[in-house]
Structure formats: C-alpha cells, structure tokens
Write a protein of this length. Structure first.
Length: 368
C-alpha cells in the first residue's frame, strides 16, 4: 500500500519540477537567454506579462509582437513584421532577469506570431516564444528558397583606424570583415548584404552593398564591406549586417570624441578676442592727441630766486654810514675780476668828474 502511495507522489513532484520548463523557450532550456509568457494567447486591447532570464546583466532589451515568425526560423520579415508602435523596452537586473507588461496588438503581417525579445546595445542576443493574437489572420510561412543559403562562419571584426583628420571631425570609417559559408544546394552569385549602423536606441540605417563573386555550395568566402559614419560622430555605435531579411552579425564600435574640434573652438574663443583687443588699442593709440592742450589763462610769472651768495642790506636812517670794512661784500662775475676789468684799473667807484669846477664838489666859498 505504501508503495502505491509513493508512486503518485513521485509523479506529482516530477510534474512540478518540469512545469516551469514547459513554457520556457529552447534557448532557456539550453542555458541561453529565454522568454516566458503569462499566457500564450490574448486578444487586441489586452496585455500579457513577459519575463525572461539568462540575459546579460543590465542589458537593454526590446520586446515586440511579430508576425510571420516561429522560434525555429525567427522573424522572417525582420522588424518590419512586428508591431513596433506597441513595443516595450526593459532593462535586466544584475542577475540578467526581467519582467515587463506588454500590450497586445496585431502585427502588420499574418500569424504565426511570436514575442520577440532582442538586445538593443552590446553583444547581439535574441529569443522568441510562440504567441497567438486572438482574431488575427493566420497564413503559412513562405517557403524557403531552394537557392543557396549563407550563414556566418566566423566572428565579425572592424579593420582600420582613425587618423589625424578624424581627430578634427572627419567621418570615421572602418571595414567590416567576416566569413560566410553557403549551406544551400546551389551557388550564390553576387550576394547583396545590408550594412547598418545604430547609435543608442535608434534603429540602424541600412545600406545595400554587393559582394562581387560566386560562393559555391559548401564553400566559403571572406566578405569585406566598408562602413562610414557622419562627420563628427562619436560615442558607442553598433554595426549590423543583414542578408535575406535576417540579421546575421552585429559588431560594437566605440568612436572617440573629435577633440581637435573642441581645441579649435577654444583657441578661436581666446585668439579672436585678443586680436580684436589689440586692434582696438592700436586704433585708440593712433587717434588720441600726442600732447595735452595748453592752458588759455593768463601767463604765470615765475618767482625770482636770488643766489644764496648775494645779499642786500639797506642802510638805516639816522645812523652812521658803515665803514669800508663793514661794507657787504658782493660776488663778482666769474669771467673777470676788478683788476682785470678793462678801463677800470685803479677805480673802485662809479666814474665822476674830479675837476675843481664840478658841481658835485663843494667849494670853500660856498661853505662860508
């Protein structure tokens, strides 16, 4: 009896353990990024909860409902087959887990449909899980072409480097190099690849580039495609390569800032004002008068400064005349002396008439 009870209990335990794996995608079961849905079918206007695990930590993801897609073949028509207007972005946590509510809307193409989750930046990763939009048309997927089918056999890389002109704002350029192999049964002649570059959360801008050559069935070839950015571009970019409507490779590209442009503007802001200042000062120096204007007032008389050796003494009235010894001495001119003065030898006073009849000489008769 106890053995019969243990068997149903063991079956119930196994069912509980396997139940979470039933709704997981094959990638999640294999240890890669996976997606789970709260329900596998809903109508337009409703919403579902999309959760996932196994993703890169702190990765930015885009969640979309896409038509003409299966987990095995992926999104055949690319993101043009998805309801992009109602998509949602989500960021994983430190464990690579996320959960996001997604509104249900009809994709632009018929079902079969999937919920498509893919990384926006960094290393490329994606996962799909089956979802049915209630009331939406369902049509079979287009048959795969019987021609050759290319697949990427090696990691992509970007060859090239930035030069001096790029440091001053010239368009950065690289060469996308990868190896493809033909897994189909017929040769592929002159395949056309689409190369796109995206910055941040913006969608890539695709550019068609043709490879000149033929890849035989089972053969491989090295493909080199040029990649160019706009002038002055800088930051984190992602280079994507698409063939046959499917993205086959993505390569991150970190573009440095063109510091030469910044240096140019700094020098321009310093040199131009300095030059204008110098020119202005030269004009002012040319226009201003050389000498200050003279005063129009009456002229000022300079004070007469007598030499320190020359002193004048006025005689006092009522006192005796000073003797010759007390007479003040006056300095003579330096270029001659009284003895060498022509015509004044022996004369120390002013010339006068010494005749007896001179009116300045008193006579004895006048005194009597």
């Amino acid at each position: 009896m106890s053995g019969k009870v243990r068997i149903p209990a063991l079956v119930a335990v196994l069912a509980l353990l396997l139940l979470p794996l039933a709704g997981a995608t094959p990638a999640a079961a294999a240890g890669g990024p996976g997606v789970k849905l709260s329900t596998s079918q809903a109508g337009t206007g409703g919403s579902i909860t999309v959760s996932g695990s196994g993703w890169r930590a702190h990765a930015l993801l885009m969640v979309l409902i896409c038509g003409q897609a299966t987990p095995a073949r992926g999104v055949v028509g690319g993101t043009n087959s998805c309801a992009n207007a109602d998509g949602r972005a989500v960021t994983t946590d430190a464990r690579g887990v996320f959960s996001r509510k997604l509104p249900v809307s009809e994709p632009p193409v018929p079902c079969p449909c999937v919920v498509h989750v893919a990384t926006v930046t960094g290393a490329s990763a994606s996962a799909d899980t089956v979802f049915q939009v209630a009331g939406h048309a369902v049509e079979p997927l287009p048959a795969e072409p019987a021609a050759g089918r290319l697949s990427v056999l090696s990691d992509t890389r970007l060859d090239g480097s930035s030069g001096l002109l790029t440091w001053f704002g010239a368009p950065p350029s690289r060469t996308l190099v990868f190896t493809v192999g033909n897994a189909g049964s017929s040769p592929v002649k002159n395949p056309v690849f689409q190369v796109g570059t995206s910055h941040g959360v913006f969608a890539p801008q695709w550019d068609d580039q043709q490879f000149d050559g033929t890849i035989a069935p089972g053969g491989k070839a090295e493909i080199k495609l040029p990649v160019d950015l706009a002038a002055g571009a800088h930051g984190d970019y992602t280079v994507s390569m698409k063939y046959g409507g499917r993205v086959l490779a993505e390569q991150p590209w970190g573009v440095g800032r063109p510091w030469g442009v910044t240096l140019f503007w700094v020098l321009l802001c310093v040199v131009v004002p300095a030059a204008v200042f110098r020119v202005g000062m030269a004009v002012v120096d040319r226009l201003r008068p050389r000498k200050a204007a003279r005063s129009t007032g009456p002229p000022r008389h300079r004070a007469l400064h007598m030499p320190a050796q020359v002193t004048l003494r006025m005689p006092k009235f009522g006192t005796a005349a000073p003797s010759r010894e007390d007479a003040p001495t006056t300095s003579t001119l330096p270029w001659f002396t009284p003895d060498s003065d022509p015509g004044t030898a022996g004369r120390l006073s002013a010339p006068h008439d010494d005749s007896p009849t001179s009116p300045t000489t008193p006579t004895r008769k006048g005194l009597t």
